[in-house]
Design a protein around this ligand. Structure first.
Ligand code: CP3
Length: 346
């Protein structure tokens, strides 16, 4: 049963007693318990065991006191369900990258309950056990396509942009399949009980506004439209997306994520105050002395102005060597301040 609905209220820009806080990558290698589990299983093996996957998802709830859980999974989980051979080492690596129209045609449509039934089974366990909202998620179309086309991480995105520019029919066919898959995948997570969903288009900031609008936005919008029809709050995030924030929010989001390179108040003004925002502490601030960390957290809260519709988070994921005490400190500090006092923070 949900006891704490701060996240849901903030998504809908309703007033809250305290700003909700959670962390992207809040389950992971900075936790000794997670590292112990990872000695025995790969990430996908954890995901395939719903009881274990639910336990990993809940680790940060108990340890940190955050206001939301995020399903433990990876953006490549549903891609595996389309018949693609992918391993994490540590980022996604494909045995056979998707490069041609034939490769795109060979991608199977995703049947969540047949191909990756463990995802919805994990969600059903979690919604029974959690007293905070559960965030389901999927990768955004550009980010997932970048791994599929490049075959692994990339610095310059030359192959994936090359497909857009030189083989647009192949690109648009891939986008059709990925957006349909992603919509189905998020709808299955919502049907299983996820309270909120987040679309992680982490690397889309590598596109110009014109390329984003032409090659990606219509497909992200299809995903957002499908989610909106259920009434489930939708969070959208990308890294290095200062120039894209308005366009990204324009697919119809409840909450736009802001990365740490931007000041929250300036970003929020550009996005528009009719949308909630999530962010945006630099993950490296978690390594700073407590006084420096505290000042940075308070600066973000001051910039939120206590306006309804701010979800405190990092501006990208937690790094594996982050000290647990700093993460706990951020939760404690955010929860100690009444939103009504925030605009006066010094
Ligand atoms: O936030 C959470 O706690 C939920 C778990 C989660 C994972 N991946 C587990 C994971 C989430 C939300 C993701 C999303 C994801 N995966 C993104 C978008 C978010 C972002 O960080 O920008 C991306 C780009 C991926 C692709 C991916 N998977 C990368 C780049 C890596 C390596 C990163 C690293 O830290 O080394 C992975 C592997 C991965 N997925 C790990 C975790 C906890 C780390 C390796 C492991 O523990 O096995």
């Amino acid at each position: 049963m949900l006891k704490n609905d701060r996240l849901l209220r903030a998504c809908r820009r309703q007033p809250v007693d305290r700003t909700p806080v959670w962390f992207m990558r809040q389950a992971g290698r900075y936790q000794p318990e997670y590292r112990a589990i990872k000695e025995k299983y790969t990430l996908f093996e954890i995901c395939e065991q719903p009881e274990l996957c639910a336990e990993v998802t809940m680790l940060p709830i108990k340890q940190l006191g955050v206001d939301a859980a995020i399903l433990f999974s990876d953006i490549m989980t549903p891609v595996r369900g389309m018949g693609v051979d992918v391993v994490l080492n540590p980022g996604p690596i494909l045995a056979r990258p998707i490069r041609t129209m034939q490769d795109v045609a060979a991608l199977r449509p995703l049947d969540v309950e047949a191909a990756i039934p463990y995802v919805t089974e994990t969600i059903r366990i979690l919604v029974r056990e959690l007293d905070v909202p559960l965030i389901g998620f999927a990768g955004g179309p550009f980010t997932v396509a970048s791994y599929m086309v490049e075959g692994g991480p990339s610095k310059d995105y030359a192959r994936v942009k090359g497909m857009m520019y030189s083989e647009p029919d192949t690109w648009f066919a891939l986008m059709e399949k990925l957006s349909a898959m992603t919509a189905d995948y998020l709808l299955a997570q919502i049907a299983a009980g996820a309270h909120v969903v987040q679309l992680f288009d982490s690397w889309v900031g590598n596109l110009t506004i014109a390329d984003y609008d032409r090659y990606v936005k219509p497909y992200s919008k299809r995903v957002a439209d499908a989610v909106r029809a259920t009434g489930t709050p939708f969070i959208h995030f990308g890294f290095g997306t200062g120039h894209l924030l308005q366009s990204m929010a324009g697919i119809g989001v409840d909450v736009q994520g802001v990365d740490w390179k931007e000041e929250l108040d300036a970003a929020w003004a550009r996005i528009g105050h009719n949308v909630a925002v999530q962010g945006n502490l630099d993950p490296i601030a978690l390594y700073a002395p407590t006084a420096v960390l505290d000042a940075k957290v308070k600066d973000i809260l001051r910039r939120s102005g206590g306006r309804p519709g701010h979800i405190f988070n990092l501006g990208h994921g937690i790094l594996p060597t982050t000290p647990m005490a700093a993460v706990q400190r951020v939760v404690e500090l955010v929860h100690s301040i009444d939103p009504k006092e925030m605009s006066r923070l010094g």
